[in-house]
Design a protein around this ligand. Structure first.
Ligand code: SDX
Length: 438
């Protein structure tokens, strides 16, 4: 068994009496890692860490999470302050460009997003060929990949910073328009073109809900709530989808293709797809009349595949700070909009029951970002099958920031993990006539 002794800047590892030393890496917040870049060359061993729970894939200055203390900061700024005082466009600039924008920079960035809001007529034509029942995440990923066809210069692996920033603005703006068009197509309504006098979030709500018999009145509270949700979803360091964007981008493919891959990773019910699962779970509890305790019991039975969606996290072993902010916003919005949603009551009861349950306590399972977000999306009129698309709109600046950081890192290497082979030893080909068995 290897014995690891951390000694100053070096970490010593002993394999069968031979001692090796590797550099220790200590981050700005005191996180520690062993740099094992030379492990295989020196010891002929690789590491094995399914799910990468103990493996750092990169150095990053974008987002800091302390899972034990429930801390989340974008470029050093606590998300509670950004949620309270920033907008999604400003936070996007912070993540992508590494700093809060000056007034001039913010105006220029907002202007870019306004310019890029409309979709090319040919993009709209693609919608006509997509089956109405297609899941919005499938359409979103496909459409984002298609966008590169309208921006051929974005395919150049040697593209410069200015071109990448242009692609970033195109994506942030057009993903919002595409999302609204996906919704409009799903309800059989015509597209509503963007209105360039509206702010980013107001324009999204306008494209989603205007153009109907009953005039849609833009509500400042709804715009604020949408900004809040998108800010809270904007990045989360090396989560499954951000790591996907970095890995796919490491082959030097274009930003649109890398983001399309990130959208597919986010879609999964264990990741961003959980917000849709939570809402469906709450609705199922509401309609089935099954008690909360029944559900908790089922979610804790090893043989049942059931999970309490919106609970648990690979990094947070305490309350997800985003869930706290969203939960408070639920109360505020329910009061402001005068809605009485029984699902919030069910969610609160589920949370209370789970946080008292031994299974959840011993595994440090708390509400995560997905547990309450659907309550707000529902108040805004967004249908459940669009919830993960909303997550993708929010996460886009984070994905772009990670893609850029990966591209700027030297040495630039394609991501290619190793494995330990456990299959057959060498065996010969057997002609089909000689094969036996069923
Ligand atoms: C997001 O990584 C990120 O940062 C993601 C994210 C982001 O912003 O990008 O925060 C967004 O994806 C949030 C998570 C959304 N997913 C869900 O809400 C789905 C439900 N949660 C889980 O499936 C789970 O908690 C994960 C996927 C979030 C984390 O999985 P891990 O870290 O691999 O943990 P695990 O599956 O190994 O679980 C450890 C134990 C197991 O029990 P034992 O084998 O020890 O008996 O906890 C149990 C699990 O069965 N468990 C749950 C549970 N979550 C974990 N049991 C019931 N319900 C749950 N929700």
């Amino acid at each position: 068994m290897a014995e690891i002794l951390a000694a100053g800047e070096k970490v010593k590892i002993k394999f069968s009496e031979k001692e090796f030393s590797f550099p220790a890496i200590i981050g700005t917040e005191g996180e520690r890692a062993v740099d094992i870049s030379e492990l295989r060359a020196q010891t002929s061993h690789i590491t094995y860490d399914p799910g990468y729970a103990n493996t750092g894939a990169c150095l990053s200055s974008i987002t800091f999470i302390d899972g034990e203390k429930g801390i989340l900061r974008y470029r050093g700024i606590p998300i509670e302050q950004l949620a309270e005082r920033s907008t999604f466009v400003e936070t996007s600039h912070l993540l992508i460009h590494g700093k809060l924008p000056t007034q001039k920079e913010l105006s220029q960035f907002s202007q870019k997003l306004t310019e890029h809001a409309p979709l090319h007529e040919d993009v709209k034509k693609i919608f006509s060929g997509i089956p109405k029942e297609t899941h919005p995440m499938a359409t979103l990923s496909g459409m984002v990949s298609f966008l590169s066809g309208f921006y051929p210069t974005s395919l150049d692996p040697k593209q410069d910073e200015a071109q990448i920033n242009e692609s970033a603005a195109q994506l942030i703006s057009k993903v919002r328009t595409i999302a609204a068009y996906i919704y409009r197509k799903s309800v059989g309504e015509s597209f509503v073109p963007p209105n360039d006098t509206y702010s980013y979030c107001a324009n999204f709500l306008h494209m989603m809900f205007s153009g109907r018999k009953e005039k849609y009145i833009l509500n400042e509270e709804a715009v604020k709530a949408l900004n809040l949700l998108l800010i809270l979803h904007a990045d989360h360091e090396q989560n499954c989808s951000a790591s996907t964007v970095r890995l796919v981008g490491s082959s030097r493919t274009n930003l649109f293709a890398s983001i399309a891959a990130g959208i597919c990773a986010l879609w999964g019910p264990l990741h961003g797809g959980a917000n849709q699962e939570v809402m469906e779970m709450l609705e199922q509890i509401h309609t089935s009349g099954k008690g909360i305790e029944d559900y908790i019991r089922m979610a804790t039975e090893p043989k049942s595949q059931l999970r309490l969606f919106g609970f648990g996290h690979r990094v947070y072993k305490t309350y997800d700070p985003r869930a706290k902010v969203i939960k408070d916003a639920c109360y505020r919005l329910i009061e402001k909009f005068g809605v009485n949603d029984p699902l919030l009551e069910i969610a609160l009861k589920l949370e209370r029951a789970a946080l008292k349950n031994e299974f959840f306590i011993t595994r440090h399972l708390y509400p995560n970002v997905d547990f309450y977000s659907g309550i707000i999306y529902k108040i805004l009129g967004i249908p459940t099958n669009m919830f993960t698309v909303m997550f993708a709109i929010g996460r886009l600046p984070g994905w772009i920031a990670h893609w850029k950081e990966m591209r700027d890192f030297k040495p630039a290497r394609i991501g290619r993990p190793r494995q330990i082979y456990t299959g057959r030893l060498k065996t010969d080909y057997v002609p089909i006539e000689a094969r036996t068995g069923t």
